[in-house]
Design a protein. Structure first.
Lengths: 487, 99
């Protein structure tokens, strides 16, 4: 049984021709999960019963001729996306017993498409981290080398897809949390334009930056999932009322007429030389495919991490104020008054990293400091966005570079040096600050570990981003390489 | 920016976080270090720069003011640690006899 190795589009063709059943596909994925998850630890909650029930339902739909591109396809969902009746912990003790009474919009849509939910994927607590080491429960492991991190915060989602414990996954991306783990695992991860995918039912971290995005085995699958999850949702006031194209119709094998911008600031100190070589090779490949490659300058690149810190932490401190131990979440039975009930529940329920960010965010928003910190950061955010606008206005279609300056690092290696770990997000952050669509695709290996190529486009130009990603993928075979544990 | 112990305690109070002695000490160091890092933004003159309010969304989003069904209260209360008569049960906020 090797059905778990299929991509969405491969499995769909076989399902449509009735050569396989969704139950057979799901059983293969669940068997893989049972075999390798004790090592990979991609899931906080596995839901095999729900999966098999949904697979049986999908097979009935297919038998009746009612099949969509995702019908009967097993998916992993990051544990900060609400699933009705299924534990949703957000990687946190404060929500370790939380069972949402409603479905996130994206999950509802996927259910209508007939997907099969195999489980809830591990993540850094409240999506705050780059390795899953800040999960309140356990770290996930990179299937390429289980002594290393899979990246984060959607590390469980990326590891699950790489290990074939799901055909695709949903993650969320606030500063790189879909793309960085996709890069470190060697799979495809997309952060859509801000507003392209509904955030209703996504547990909020930083509301002006958060987006849900797909993690898949190849670019075609990414386009198929985007077709399903990109639409206007009246339940999210920031959801964009823009038409959704058929993203698969933009997948072509040449890049004639496409202008690729390469920021000179990206190739600086801190970028691992092996990563740089793979990325430079990838840029040459884009030129070979017909693209015009141009240098561009993003002069405010060196300020992106500080701007992201202040923006995301301030917003997080406000969003996380809702966890008061009264309406849901961890409860402090020994509290003597309401103030203690809140402080004790929060003190016990939040982990070290979440507390650190709440503290910094509260400080940055506190009386007398707002202008110096949060407002200043929003002004610099404008400058960062204008740098990218200038590149696009000059005719650049996509901006490319590394997804991460380093390959997957060892578990425990950076956990005590938060600043060093944060600085590794420098390439992924600008797409969140400017709200742009951005993908990470595999572009080779360094020391046996995957390197990610990042491709960023204009607002709502997911189609162009996917076109460049697809052309590159078709010209290479990095996306076909899989670690032994996944086979 | 050096953050003092009393500032850490004040922020923790604002954020409603009960912290251990070890956490307070660690946060004194971490907050000072990270705030020092973000102060690099002061190198930039932003006097005439408008702050970003929204990256993509254009204008206000309004919907018709029409009633629609919401979740049943028993579903909403299903995750609450303590409930009573269809309400969340919390500690008393007001003292008997007012004030």
């Amino acid at each position: 049984m090797t059905l778990h190795r299929l991509t969405i589009h491969e499995a769909h063709d076989l399902l449509r021709r009735r050569e396989i059943s969704s139950v057979g596909l799901t059983e293969s994925v669940l068997a893989k999960m049972e075999e390798c998850d004790p090592e990979v630890r991609a899931f906080i909650t596995a839901t095999p019963q729900i999966a098999l029930e949904q697979a049986r339902r999908a097979d009935k739909l297919i038998a009746a001729g009612d099949i969509g591109p995702l019908t009967g396809i097993p998916v992993a969902i990051k544990d900060n996306i609400c699933t009705k009746g299924v534990l949703t912990t957000c990687g946190s003790r404060i929500l370790e017993d939380f069972v949402p009474p409603y479905e996130a919009t994206v999950v509802e849509r996927l259910r209508k498409e007939g997907v099969v939910q195999v489980g809830k994927a591990n993540m850094d607590e409240f999506a705050m981290g780059s390795s899953t080491e800040y999960s309140a429960f356990f770290p996930s492991h990179n299937p390429w080398d289980t002594s290393r991190v899979p990246g984060g915060s959607s590390g469980g989602s990326a590891a699950a897809v790489l290990a074939n414990e799901a055909l695709f996954a949903l993650g969320s991306d606030t500063g790189g949390s879909v793309r960085q783990p996709a890069g470190l695992c060697g799979v495809v991860g997309m952060k859509p334009t801000y507003g392209r995918v509904s955030r209703y039912g996504l547990i909020a971290f930083a509301s002006s930056l958060d987006q849900i995005g797909p993690i898949t085995k190849d670019v075609t699958d990414c386009a198929l999932v985007m077709n399903a999850i990109a639409f206007h949702d009246p339940l999210d006031s920031t959801s964009a009322d823009e038409p959704t194209p058929d993203y698969t119709s933009y997948l072509e094998e040449n890049l004639a007429g496409v202008v690729v911008g390469v920021p000179i600031e990206y190739f600086a100190a801190g970028l691992d030389q092996g990563v740089e070589e793979r990325v430079r090779d990838a840029i040459q490949k884009l030129a070979d495919l017909g693209a015009e490659v141009r240098e561009v300058s993003l002069p405010h690149e060196r300020y992106v991490v500080a701007t992201y810190f202040l923006t995301s932490w301030a917003e997080a401190s406000a969003n996380l104020a809702r966890y008061d131990g009264l309406k849901y979440g961890l409860f402090a039975p020994d509290a003597r008054n309401i103030r203690e009930a809140q402080s004790k529940a929060r003190g016990r329920g939040f982990g070290r990293e979440v507390k650190r960010r709440i503290m910094l965010g509260t400080y940055a928003l506190s009386s007398g400091y707002y202008d110096a910190y949060y407002l200043k950061a929003q002004k610099v955010r404008t400058l960062i966005k204008e740098d990218l606008d200038r590149a696009f206005d000059a005719g650049v279609d996509v901006v490319v570079g590394p997804t991460s300056p380093i390959v997957a690092f060892g578990i425990g290696e950076k956990v005590d040096d938060p600043l060093e770990m944060y600085l590794a997000d420098l390439y992924t952050i600008p797409a969140n600050l400017a709200g742009l669509p951005c993908i990470s695709i595999p572009c080779g290996f360094h020391e046996g570990l995957p390197v990610g190529l990042q491709i960023m486009g204009r607002p709502f130009a997911e189609s162009m981003v996917l076109r460049v990603a697809y052309a590159y993928e078709q010209g290479t075979d990095f996306h076909l390489q899989r670690p032994p544990i996944s086979l | 920016m050096k953050i003092s112990r009393s500032e850490v305690e004040h922020i923790a109070d604002l954020a409603r976080l009960e912290l251990s002695e070890g956490e307070i000490k660690q946060l004194e160091t971490d907050l000072s270090q990270i705030l020092e890092y973000v102060e690099q933004l002061n190198e930039l003159d932003t006097t005439d720069v408008l702050p970003t309010a929204h990256v993509v969304v254009k204008g206000d989003v309004l919907r018709e003011d029409e009633s629609r069904p919401s979740l049943p209260s028993e579903d909403i209360l299903s995750n609450a640690p303590r409930t009573q008569d269809g309400f969340f049960r919390v500690h008393a906020i007001f003292r008997k006899g007012g004030r």
